[in-house]
Design a protein around this ligand. Structure first.
Ligand code: BES
Ligand code: MN
Ligand code: ZN
Length: 489
């Protein structure tokens, strides 16, 4: 897809098949909307007067072949209240419009949302347009979405701003693509190969640990999860150096369980169906690393992914097994379906070798987090409030919802005490399951400021939203990029 500025041309004259026009719910029409209204004999005014369109967020109205307009299709998209417009709303409005237009093959689409938008809003809207035009129907002959060949952007956003938006949008789509691929295509080795391709394309350094290296490194916790599968595990380390070698390094760690059957603590079919999504943390890390590198952000970032398939083969770990993690901590296995924390225990320990100043991890870690916060909000848990505040601020600034859960030591630390080993891989009963998982991870980060994002809800949607198809969402790629940006200052 190509994203270009429509230049100074009058929106009425833009040579695109469709024109998307942003309309606020409570503001007079923007300059391009006024121009379209004037050229079409007051069409927009009429539509508003007849209460066919109120400008609510994600509201859409398609008008075919309005006389006076060069574009053959006019799509109005609601922007909501003008005072509430932010990066998240800009992203979602553009995405909702793009989804509607991409339902058929439409090669050139122009967007005129609001010429007064800041570079930040435009960047996010371009990203939304690119993500919205891409569906999840990778293997269907009859597609639900047809990505545009080119997007023309009205207004005077600099080409560099559009280019940044495109980097974000393409990176989000990379993450979505990896998550949407079925487990038969996306397994530890193939994910690592894809990471190597991405690294090559955008100039990241990459190191891939295979089974032998993981054994040599005594990654006993990660390896135990991998044992039940015929697919050997991998650990990927990506390095981006955009600042001086001695500047602080941000570590981004992702859970990469390419399929989670639950292991011997087998999941029921319903719960297992979408478990190709269990590598979304790793895919979000990779999408963000791509964007950070292509944006040439002045920071040092290391990205790590622990890649395994959680299966039930003859060598699978068993209940009651005691594992020795790379850090030396011993772990009793009480439930083989609590595998994500076992994988991350060793990846976090490897991350510490990189001497990061801060760690953020992303993991589709617990159903309990979805019970607590619903499907659209990631849970944040931390050992360092200031760092968690930074992560939350980054997420808020791009409109990706997060909410912090408590980590009170006196209330939660004992939940994961083992009987025969240091710790066990589940909490006490069902209660506080997102937190007991985080308490487990906390044991592997030492004193380094660390924030854990449980993305089990938002990473993968069972049902579509007005601004997003079902399937992988690509959420938190923008948050990670923003975090890298803000920690460079
Ligand atoms: N991958 C799952 C968590 C998950 C659930 C992700 C729903 C996405 C949607 C994780 O490995 C898991 O199975 N967690 C268990 C933990 C329990 C056994 C302590 C869970 O949440 O039930
Ligand atoms: Mn599991
Ligand atoms: Zn899992």
């Amino acid at each position: 897809m190509q994203v270009a500025s429509a230049g100074k041309s009058d929106v009425v004259q833009i040579d695109a098949y469709a024109l998307v026009l942003g309309i606020y719910g409570d503001e007079p029409l923007s300059a391009p909307a006024k121009a379209v209204d004037a050229a079409t004999g007051g069409l927009i005014g009429k539509v508003q007067a007849q209460k066919e369109f109120a400008g609510k967020p994600h509201e859409l109205l398609t008008l075919v072949a309005p006389a006076g307009l060069k574009a053959r299709l006019l799509l109005l998209v609601g922007l909501g209240e003008a005072s509430k417009i932010d990066a998240g709303r800009a992203y979602r409005a553009a995405s909702a419009a793009a989804m509607a237009l991409a339902s058929k093959e439409r090669k050139t689409v122009a967007f005129a949302l609001d010429p007064a938008w800041s570079a930040e809003l435009v960047e996010n809207a371009v990203a939304g347009a690119i993500a919205g035009s891409q569906g999840q129907d990778l293997y269907r002959k009859e597609k639900k979405r047809y990505p545009f060949e080119s997007i023309l952007w009205a207004g005077d956003a600099a080409p560099a701003v559009l280019a940044r938006g495109q980097i974000l949008g393409d990176s989000i789509n990379l993450t979505r693509r990896l998550v949407n691929e079925p487990a038969q295509e996306m397994y530890p080795e193939s994910f690592a190969d894809r990471a190597a391709e991405v690294a090559k394309q955008c100039g990241l350094k990459i190191e891939i640990w295979d089974q032998a290296r993981l054994e040599a490194e005594r990654c006993g916790s990660l390896l135990a999860v991998a044992r039940g599968s015929s697919r050997p595990p991998r650990l990927v380390i990506l390095r981006y150096q955009g600042a001086k070698a001695d500047s602080p390094t941000l570590a981004i760690v992702g859970k990469g369980v390419t399929f989670d059957s639950g292991g011997l603590s087998l999941k029921p079919s319903d719960g297992m169906l979408t478990m190709k999504c269990d590598m979304a943390g790793a895919a979000t890390m990779l999408g963000a690393m791509r964007a950070i590198a292509l944006l040439k952000l002045p920071v040092n970032v290391v990205g790590l992914a622990g890649l395994v398939e959680n299966m039930t083969g003859p060598a699978a770990m068993k209940l009651g097994d005691v594992l020795t993690a790379r850090s030396g901590t011993t772990i009793e296995v009480h439930n083989t379906d609590a595998e994500g924390r076992l994988v991350l225990a060793d990846v976090l320990n490897v991350a510490l070798d990189q001497k990061p100043s801060k760690i953020v991890d992303l993991a589709t870690l617990t159903g309990a987090c979805v019970v607590a916060l619903g499907t659209e909000v990631a849970g944040l848990m931390t050992n360092n409030q200031a760092w968690c505040d930074e992560v939350a601020a980054a997420a808020r600034s791009c409109g990706e919802p997060v909410w912090q859960l408590p980590m009170y030591p006196e209330l939660y630390d004992d939940m994961i005490k083992g009987e025969v080993a240091d710790i066990k891989n589940v909490g006490e009963g069902r209660w506080g399951g997102a937190i007991s998982a985080a308490k487990f991870l906390e044991r592997f980060v030492g004193q380094t400021p660390w924030t854990h994002m449980d993305i089990a809800g938002p990473a993968f949607r069972d049902k579509p939203k007005p601004w997003s198809d079902a399937g992988a969402s690509g959420t938190y790629v923008r948050t990670l990029v923003e975090l890298a940006r803000s920690s460079s200052g």
